[in-house]
Design a protein around this ligand. Sequence first.
Ligand SMILES: *Cc1c(COP(=O)(O)O)cnc(C)c1O
Length: 378
Amino acid sequence: MRPIFAASQATRTVPFFDYPGLFQEHREEYMATVEDVFTRGAYILQRDLEDFEREIAEYLGVTAALGVADGTMALTIALKMAGVGAGDEVIVPAHTFVASAGAVNACGAVPVVCDVGADHMIDVESAGRCVTPATRVLMPVQLNGTTADMDAVEDLARAHGLQIVEDSCQAFGARFKDRPAGSFGIAGSFSFYPAKTLGCFGDGGGMIFNDQGTADRARAFRDHGRLAGGEICSFGVNGRMDNVQAAILRIKLRHYNETVARRRRLAGLYHGLLEGVEGLALPTPPGADPHRFDIFQNYEVRASRRDDLRDFLDRQGIGTICQWGGKMLHQHRGLGLRADAPFADKLSASFLLLPLHHLLMDEDVEYVCDQIKTFYRK
Ligand SMILES: *Cc1c(COP(=O)(O)O)cnc(C)c1O
């Protein structure tokens, strides 16, 4: 059937994300900073990076932090710090970016895929069934800006003597019972990819630590195993964050509370306007769960007739996304992974991200909700 309305007749367009807008927002500040950094010739491992590392550790209230090349590098180094290597297994939930499993593979270990629950996070019972004598690490993924039930994750880890390595790439500043995402295991990982809540203008990643010894080992590892004096203490990688990205991120961090507040406000608006729409399951609205502080990296719903809804919204000028190209980890054939993950299998037919970022206007969200209601009324 041909669409009744051409996209050009849409009264408004709401692209999924606004990449150019990110730069325009604080353009003068960014340009002045780039000018300053380049004028100083401060490209690699300079004071801007050190300042950024100190500031994110303070912001999250942890012992130490490190800037690294990207979120995948952060995960890989964290697994290395946990001692993960050939022959080890790491349990990873099915609903995640390939990078979670890719980092495991990069360490020579095997990712074992478990199911997720109705909150889209790791299903701890399913994870428990995946434990074998080779299991070394449990990797909860703090998806969409909130956290898994970390009490249950910690109980399972303790019961089997496993380490925790969080994929908290989507959850900078999220909290579970007042502990920050990324602070539960040996090291937490963050991605500063442009579309992340704290995004730079290229690739970037971060790590946090509760103990200075691990932080020091990771600091050397990300720079070829080099210590401050130049002596090599072990093999390592080049996993450094560009100094100019650290300088950009320092500016972003100063505005971060506003960014998160704006995202939470828009998520609340979505909830108010879409609550009760038959065919949709919504995330927990901000403030409703006393144990969690959600930074709303994403607004992920479950939608019946999802593909038709996407086509309809697209014709109304509204961009939506199915994360990971619409596939759960074990559904990417090229990876050769298997999983007993019935909820994730169902989820892959219904999960959908609606536009949510801090540059969006209230009217954009109202328009999106109006169109969704129109679709489900038909
Ligand atoms: C963004 C992301 C990563 C890693 O991202 P990079 O592109 O390497 O910075 C890892 N896991 C999840 C869940 C992510 O969303």
